[in-house]
Design a protein around this ligand. Structure first.
Ligand SMILES: Cc1cc2nc3c(=O)[nH]c(=O)nc-3n(C[C@H](O)[C@H](O)[C@H](O)COP(=O)(O)OP(=O)(O)OC[C@H]3O[C@@H](n4cnc5c(N)ncnc54)[C@H](O)[C@@H]3O)c2cc1C
Length: 424
């Protein structure tokens, strides 16, 4: 693979993954160069909107509405898209990836944008019919079909994807129990006060949260279809369908024999470079160095994956000294309830937290680390999110001004100059 040299039209760029990160990288590369661009994806469809597949599963959107690109989009840009093509190995010395049908594809620069796959529950009958996880359009079709014919259901996992399952159950009239291992929903980022607003909203929509409980096993009927969920207290919940949302594992199996550090995600620097020259990573799979936090973090959001895809392409094309550090502040919005809700930055990385409740459906919590605002969660009024994200981006120590940041209409804590764009 190449050693930090300027790009030429002879270069071969290979991108593994056609989610929003891989696709954005391909789009930027195609716009900026005449080089050869190949995108390899395990999925059978070109890029679709993963964020919107919950609406398809709810039954509120047709499948066609979540499509983003068709094959012509790639062809028009000279991008060689290979669908249903899984990369199984990488030879970093030769710069060659191997696909599951035995093909070897050489690259000068390689972008790993393989995202993650849902973690499986290690309990008996977790593979029964009717037990689903949620990541692809095929998953969404399965969930939609099962929920449509189910009377009862169970959701497992107290995070953001669990809420999507809860919304699907509610829209499809499934009487659901929502099993959460911790004492509240999204416990890494929410206090009891904030989580209680969500718990009430779940109950109002026919979803009953159950706390401090773990699944022990699933029971099936004679045909292999799930029929019940049994928790570690021996409580039995009727389950015509089950949705498991207990986090994701990065798709890095094909890197096992390479020198690329990939535990928990592909390790990259602030410019999204791995330790191996010519190999980059972007999107959910990338564990990047965040200069503001001075630590490696990983984002799991659409906007961040898109921004990393674009940046990785720009950095790959830029000469040494012109590369930009990744400084985007991620966010994730939930719109299933009567009130909107959003998290921004890294709300689970706070050392100290400040919060305020404005009324029974309006609440805000801010996470501070080393005196800096690093993230937060808002319920009810999302208008301050832009300003608060700017404060995160500024990297300034603002904890003393937290009353201003918690004011209903956020007042900026004095001048906060954005951290200058960094280059290597
Ligand atoms: C149901 C659902 C709802 C969501 N809602 C929101 C939301 O409201 N807001 C938000 O910000 N984010 C949301 N997200 C998260 C968001 O979709 C992801 O953060 C984003 O899609 C990550 O993009 P990515 O390109 O990094 O990875 P992915 O979208 O996971 O794409 C990775 C691609 O790589 C392919 N791949 C993996 N391994 C290989 C291999 N070995 N060879 C070839 N191809 C491979 C995969 O098939 C996949 O197509 C949601 C996710 C889901 C599943």
């Amino acid at each position: 693979m190449t050693q930090d040299t300027l790009p030429s039209t002879q270069d071969r760029y290979v991108i593994v993954g056609d989610g929003i990160a891989g696709s954005s990288a391909a789009e930027t590369l195609a716009a900026e160069t005449d080089a050869q661009i190949t995108v390899l994806t395990a999925e059978s469809e070109p890029l679709y909107n993963r964020v919107m597949i919950k609406e398809f599963a709810k039954g509120t959107l047709p499948e066609s509405a979540v499509q983003i690109h068709d094959r012509d989009w790639y062809e028009d840009r000279g991008i060689d898209l290979r669908l249903s093509t899984r990369v199984v190995d990488l030879d970093t010395r030769a710069g060659v990836v191997q696909t599951d049908d035995g093909e070897q594809i050489a690259s000068d620069e390689l972008v790993i944008a393989t995202g993650g796959s849902p973690r499986r529950l290690p309990v008996p009958n977790a593979d029964a019919d009717g037990v689903t996880s949620f990541w692809t359009i095929e998953d969404a079709a399965r969930i939609r079909e099962q929920a449509a014919s189910a009377d009862s259901g169970v959701i497992v996992g107290g995070g953001l994807l669990g809420i999507d399952y809860a919304a699907i159950a509610s829209t499809q009239d499934v009487d659901a129990h929502y099993l959460i291992r911790e004492d509240r929903w999204f416990s890494r980022a929410m206090s009891e006060t904030g989580a209680a607003i969500v718990h009430d909203a779940l109950r109002e929509r026919g979803v009953t949260p159950v706390f401090e409980t773990e699944v022990e096993r699933f029971e099936t009927d004679g045909t292999g279809q799930v029929s019940a969920t049994v928790d570690d207290d021996g409580q039995i919940y009727d389950s015509d369908c089950v949705g498991v949302a207990i986090g994701t594992e990065p798709n890095v199996d094909f890197l096992a024999e390479t020198p690329i550090a990939a535990e928990g995600g592909v390790r990259v620097d602030e410019f999204l470079r791995t330790d191996v020259p010519g190999v980059w990573a972007a999107g959910d799979v990338a564990r990047y160095h965040d200069r503001r936090l001075d630590r490696r973090v990983q984002n799991g959001s659409w906007g961040s994956a898109a921004a990393q895809g674009d940046l990785v392409a720009q950095n790959l094309l830029a000469g040494r000294g012109d590369r930009e550090a990744f400084a985007f502040v991620p966010s994730y919005t939930v719109t299933h309830f009567e009130f909107p809700m959003a998290s921004f930055g890294h709300p689970a990385l706070g050392e100290t937290y400040r919060e305020r409740q404005y009324d029974d459906r309006e609440w805000r919590r801010l996470a501070f680390r080393d005196g800096k605002l690093v993230g937060g969660v808002l319920i009810g009024d999302l208008a301050p999110m832009g300003t608060l994200s700017d404060v995160v981006a500024s990297g300034q120590r603002v904890q003393r001004q937290s009353p201003d940041l918690l004011a209903r209409d956020v007042e900026l804590p004095g001048e906060h100059t954005p951290v200058p764009a960094a280059s290597d």
